[in-house]
Design a protein around this ligand. Structure first.
Ligand SMILES: *Cc1c(COP(=O)(O)O)cnc(C)c1O
Length: 399
């Protein structure tokens, strides 16, 4: 893949995705897990319609967290019957929208949400399929901002209240209880917390069964990490083997909700160096990409490998690689050894997940373009660069 040529053709900043890397990432799941497993790609990791369409064509379902994401799944030709709806704050409109398209399941995160879904299902004259998202209180040992399975996190129904929540759901006539789910965090390198979460849910499944509440599926969420820097590669096969062993005595369909691990390593963000400024003590490499294009370093202090791909031979110096945005937090990397001069092209690696999908217009910067390189090597523009006129289009001058 000639990234320099793509930057010339489409301009920068530019996200470039590699279709064969998407396939390779999905194959790791389909080979490791039983054939009946439903892989629900977590749309928020990268919600470009062409990416969604690709996964839909490969047989995936989707994990959505908003009505907007459902609209994307539908527009991409995804199957609502393979779509699960997660998130702590589903609005009435979103629930109505999802019911009207007969999604597979609502992953319910609280008792008031059970009531709301029941009421709306009653109005619509249907029974809503629900699973309860249980917070198993396991430590995913990841960054606090992407840890979701501890009792102090806002996500899920606490383990101690789970059984009573199912009993309550069972009293609501317009709900159809079909599953149980959890999602304990993101960017997990050691996958043993995922196994532990599964181990904690299964006794509950048995207790519910004894009370006549029979579940059809267990959804273990996403969270498997990728290599950004010098992490070990998470062992999906070993995780899958453990899950198979744990689920063997049950007749439960397995659902997974991977996001980052399907797209993260399949993308790069290309950015051009505008200036190199010699500061007092360190240099600043100022690029045309900024925190509005890649928020992860600013939000989580995340590490992305960055390579000079137009002039790799330059002598390296310690520098902060920063964008043009007026925020001290606007950096792509800090104290990084890099050789760069104005006009050079840099590749920010592992930018397939939580990069374009987190992009904003902050500082009135139009959103960057996205390109997918297919398995024949052909580059397809899958999102045009936003124009200034498009960026202003929704605003009115009322004065
Ligand atoms: C974000 C999210 C995922 C995907 O997480 P990854 O770490 O990207 O795999 C899955 N399920 C839920 C409920 C989520 O919120």
């Amino acid at each position: 893949m000639n990234l320099n040529a793509l930057a010339e053709q489409f301009g920068t900043p530019l996200y470039v995705y590699d279709q064969s890397a998407l396939d390779h990432a999905l194959d790791r799941y389909t080979q490791a897990f039983p054939e009946a497993t439903l892989i629900c790609y977590a749309v928020k990791a990268n919600s470009n319609l062409s990416i969604l369409r690709h996964f839909a064509q490969r047989g995936c379902g989707f994990d959505i967290v908003s009505g907007g994401e459902l609209a994307r799944v539908l527009a991409a030709g995804g199957d609502p019957a393979k779509t699960v709806f997660s998130g702590v704050g589903k609005s009435s409109d979103e629930i109505r929208f999802a019911l009207s398209h007969q999604i597979k399941c609502f992953n319910v995160e609280s008792l008031p949400e059970l009531d709301r879904i029941n009421t709306i299902a009653a109005e619509t004259g249907c029974r809503a399929p629900v699973s309860l998202r249980i917070n198993p209180d396991v430590d995913a040992q990841t960054h606090p901002y992407i840890s979701t399975g501890l009792k102090e996190n806002k996500f899920g129904i606490p383990m101690a209240q789970a059984e009573a929540a199912y009993q309550y759901a069972d009293t609501l006539p317009h709900l159809n209880i079909i599953g149980i789910d959890c999602h304990i965090g993101s960017q997990l390198i050691d996958l043993s917390p995922l196994v532990e979460a599964c181990e904690r849910l299964l006794p509950l499944v048995e207790r519910l069964q004894a009370q006549g509440i029979t579940l059809q599926h267990i959804d273990l969420g996403g969270g498997i990490g990728i290599v950004y820097h010098n992490e070990n590669t998470p062992d999906i096969a070993a995780y899958a083997a453990e899950v198979r062993r744990l689920l063997a005595p049950y007749s439960l369909q397995l659902i997974l909700e991977p996001g980052r691990s399907l797209v993260g390593n399949a993308g790069v963000l290309l950015t051009r160096v505008e200036y190199v400024k010699q500061g007092d003590g360190k240099d600043f490499v100022i690029t045309d990409a900024a925190m509005n294009d890649l928020l992860r370093p600013a939000l989580y202090g995340a590490y992305h490998q960055i390579d000079n791909i137009s002039a790799p031979e330059r002598e390296a110096r310690v520098a902060d690689i920063v964008g043009p945005i007026c925020e001290t937090g606007d950096f792509l990397a800090q104290n990084r050894l890099i050789g760069a001069q104005a006009g050079d092209l840099l590749a920010v690696r592992s930018a397939g997940a939580y990069a374009a999908s987190m992009a904003s217009n902050y500082n009135s910067r139009p959103r960057a373009a996205e390109v997918l390189v297919d398995d024949t090597g052909a580059a397809k523009l899958i999102r045009r660069r936003e124009t200034l006129a498009e960026m202003l289009a929704n605003e009115h001058n009322l004065l």
